[in-house]
Structure formats: C-alpha cells, structure tokens
Design a protein around this ligand. Structure first.
Ligand SMILES: [Zn+2]
Length: 512
C-alpha cells in the first residue's frame, strides 16, 4: 500500500474534538435490505458443481471503503469505528480462510442525500457514481434505506453506522450475500410465519433491483422458492438450496436461547416441528447469537472468489504479516507535564504495522477525543489542548489487512507554561510564514542556538509529521528547503527542538 495515498485520504478527518454520534437504534432498522433471491451463479454452481482447485490458502480479498458524510462533512464514520468494524469482519471470517484488506485509501464522500438515503435506487446511483474496479465496494452511512445493510450484487454493499459496531455481524452477513449466499429462510423475506396456519410448500418472491445485473426486465423479478423440510428431503432444491443450513422461516430480528436456537417453534409442511439456527451469520438472529458460516457456505464463498469474483483476490499477500501486538507508549507517560500547544506523542512501532490511530482524551473511556489522527510515523503532534488536565492517550496499530489492540493508556499533564516558545519570543525569525510551493523557509537564529544539533519538524494541522531533519545552524541566516510540492494548501507547524528548548512557528501554504 502506498503510504502517501493513505495519508492523503485520511487528511479529510477533522482531528478535534470528536463527539459521539446519535444514529438511532439498530433495533428500529430492518436487519437486511437484500430480499429473497438466488444468484444465477449459485443456481448454476449448485446444479452442476464445478471443481475449482482450492489450495485452502488465504484468499486476500480487496475492499474499497467509502465513508459518507453530509454536504458539510459532518457525521462521517470515524477511523476508530471503521477499524472496529473491519476487525470484526475479519474475525467473523477467520474460519473461512478469506481475509479482507483495504486495497486503496478510504474514499471520503460528502453528500447529504446519500448519507441518509431512503431508497435502494438512490444507493445504486451512489455506487454507480463512485465504485472502483478490482475491489468489493462498501459504503458506510447513517441511513441505508431503513436497513442495517444491503448488498446489490452488481454494485456493492451499503452499511448503516448503527449496525456496524464492534460486536455487530451485519457486515459479515452482507459480505455473505456479496459472495453469493442467500438467507437460509429464502422465500420468507417480507412474509410473517404464522404457526396457526398450515405451512405452504412454495413461496412466491420478488427481487426487483437485486438481480445479478441491473438490466434484467420484468417479469423476471418474480420467482418461486420451495419451503425446506426438517428431514432434508428437499434441501438441494428448497430455500437457500444449501443442505447444511437447516430450515428457517423467520424473516425478522429474533432472539435466541443459550444454544443459539429460536424460541419460536416452527412446523415444516409435513407438520414436523423445529427451531431455527441463530448461530448462522446469514440468519436474522440477534447479533449475540450469530457466530458462523457452515462448511458448505464457506465452500461456496471460496469458489465464488476463485471463479467469477477472482478480480477481487490479490495474487499475493498485500501485507508483510498481521498486526497482533499493541504499540508501546514512549512519551509523555506517568503524568509527565507536556505543553498544550505542542505535545509530541511518541510510541514504539508494533510489528507489521504501517499506520497508527492515536487519540488523546480528558476521559479514560475516550468517548470524546480532544485529539485524534491516523499517522504512518511513530509520533504525532497534539495542539490546542486544555491546560491543567491529566490527559489520557493511546495508540492502535494497523495495516491494510489487520488491526491490533489498543495500547495501554498513557497519562500526561497539560501545561500552559512550557519550554515551547514562539519564534518571536525566542528571538528567531522564520519567514515567509505564507509559503508558496517550492519556496525555501528562511531561518534566522540567535547566537546561543547556533552550532548545535537541532531537530526540525513540520506537522500538518491534524498533527501528522510531514518533514523531519537533523541539522545545525552555523550562520545567522540559513535556508531550509521543504518538500512543499507534495503538500496540500493549508496550515502547518514548524518545530525546532534542541538543548535551549523548543521553538514553534505556524506556517500557511498557499495553493500553487
Ligand atoms: Zn440479508
């Protein structure tokens, strides 16, 4: 993965303060907007199974993440929540040998209409306008047509924020759809099972907008599903046509007992009683029930990836290894004093990590953050902190295919008085403060700063390091060339640290 690219995309995140968002109750949402439907590929595969060579190696499956916000940029899924959801997805798929990875940087989109869309048709337009080839496109927004999520077989997945928490399995469920799995209760979508009526043998269903391609015309949307029997007599042709998922007629969010089974007893068309299996991700059981795909479901998903979705699979592992360890904090820790206007948070690299989420908060739960950034270095600059607070801070290491645990929390005491001086206070002149691209910075130093090792750094407004150089100044006026041609227009901070202290100078970079 190109570091610069990821940095670029992450630049859209505002760094402070980050508030918890109100996005409604997930129980008020429909579990999944994907209606009854049998993917033509699956229909064909189950009728005449093809023998693909599956070495059981990890299938590295490319994702393109799109994070929606309102027109003004508010409401977007934060990087902490995105990493939680991604970690849960890969945990849910751990038994399948399929591992998802970020192929490209997260795409940040601002559109109030798409951010809270009411119909799947609007979602489809969003996907057609923004999809990236060579990856499964996944969109996160506040409202996904009233559903926790849905999958359009020819376009991508939409996910509602409220159903994308660290213990939610909606993403795994929609991913199952994207890899050709139907609901085990296929045919019952939108219908209510009634134990007082005889169970029918067939069900008619409509899957407008959810065909394999968008061009299918009526009357194709209507199809018939056979109702599955308990004894397995018709399992190859009934419901999802997958035999190791038992009968299930429940098409609403339902709770399970300690064994993961439904409390509602159902009867098949022969009158045989049974309970639904809530451990399946493809069921509509509550999140705390779901924990698995069946062996046949796994085989179907892998075969799908090895055949007509092979363009999503990377030929080789896209990462050097998985991130499993937490980063170790270096400084400031143990309530050490640290300046409100220039706290440099520093930690040790975690194995295989390419990026770090770093957060500072007044509260130990990190529910509200005063500073939050994603960086590829092992330090970040936090500014504009409140004086005299015992701050908490922590780091989470990750790479394109895995997310490590959060580090232990460090503490520091924010102080208004510090060794950090503005350039003017320290007797320096640094100019021009309004930079144009390609123009070197002129630095005039007082005599007691000269002839000694100094560390020069430039951070962007989000606290990410963009430039670092060890050097000494020997004459009164020297030039510091900066690689500004790679930087976006905006606010930056120049920091110079040495034994006399720290000097800080804000800079503005003008557009070329
Ligand atoms: Zn579904």
């Amino acid at each position: 993965m190109k570091r610069a690219l990821l940095l670029l995309l992450l630049a859209g995140f505002s760094h402070a303060p980050v508030m918890a968002q109100v996005e409604g109750d997930k129980n008020a949402l429909h579990p999944c907007g994907t209606p009854a439907g049998m993917d033509p590929w699956l229909r064909k595969y189950l009728a005449t199974p093809i023998d693909v060579h599956d070495s059981n190696d990890t299938l590295w499956t490319a994702l393109q993440i799109h994070l929606l916000a309102r027109n003004d940029g508010t409401g977007r899924f934060g990087p902490d929540r995105m990493l939680d959801a991604f970690h849960r997805l890969n945990e849910d798929f751990a038994q399948t040998g399929i591992r998802f990875y970020f192929k490209h940087p997260w795409n940040l989109l601002n559109s109030s209409l798409w951010f809270e869309h009411d119909s799947v048709v609007q979602g489809r337009e969003m996907m057609f306008a923004n999809n990236v080839p060579g990856a499964l496109n996944v969109y996160f927004m506040a409202r996904a047509a009233g559903n926790c999520g849905y999958n359009l077989p020819y376009a991508g997945i939409a996910m509602a924020h409220a159903c994308s928490g660290p213990n939610d399995h909606t993403w795994a469920h929609e991913m199952g759809h994207a890899l050709a799995l139907p609901h085990p209760f296929l045919g019952w979508e939108g219908k209510q099972y009634n134990p007082d009526l005889p169970t029918p043998d067939t069900l008619l269903y409509d899957y407008t907008h959810f065909h394999a391609d968008p061009d299918t015309i009526v009357p194709a949307p209507l199809d018939t599903a056979l109702v599955e029997y308990v004894d397995g007599r018709n399992c190859t042709i009934a419901a999802d046509r997958i035999c190791d998922t038992g009968p299930d007629y429940l098409s609403y969010r339902w709770p399970c007992n300690a064994q993961g089974q439904s409390n509602v007893q159902q009867r098949d068309p022969a009158g045989e009683p049974f309970f639904s299996d809530g451990t399946l991700f493809m069921s509509y059981a509550a999140d705390n029930c779901q924990r698995r795909f069946t062996p046949q479901q796994i085989q179907i998903m892998r075969t799908r990836l090895l055949t007509d979705r092979a363009h999503w699979v990377a030929p080789a592992a896209p990462v050097t290894g998985l991130v499993v360890q937490a980063a170790q904090l270096v400084a400031p820790i143990n309530s050490a004093p640290s300046p409100v206007n220039a706290t440099v948070l520093q930690w040790r690299a975690a194995p295989n990590a390419t990026h770090y989420l770093v957060q500072a908060s007044k509260v130990g739960s990190f529910g509200i953050r005063d500073f939050e950034a994603v960086v590829s270095d092992t330090f970040a600059l936090a500014q504009n902190l409140t004086p005299n607070w015992n701050y908490f801070w922590r780091v989470r290491a990750f790479n394109a295919a895995s997310v490590g645990p959060y580090s232990a929390s460090g503490r520091f005491l924010s102080t208004a008085v510090s060794a950090v001086q503005t350039a003017g206070e320290a007797g320096w002149s640094i100019y021009p403060t309004l930079l144009s691209q390609g123009t070197p910075l002129v630095v005039e130093t007082p005599e007691h700063w000269r002839g000694q090792p100094l560390t020069l750094s430039v951070f962007d407004a989000a606290g990410r390091l963009l430039f670092r150089q060890e050097r000494a100044f020997f004459s009164e006026r020297e030039w510091v060339p900066l690689p500004t041609e790679k930087w976006a227009a905006g606010a930056y901070f120049f920091l110079c640290a040495g034994s006399p202290g720290i000097v800080r100078q804000p800079l503005l970079l003008a557009k070329p």
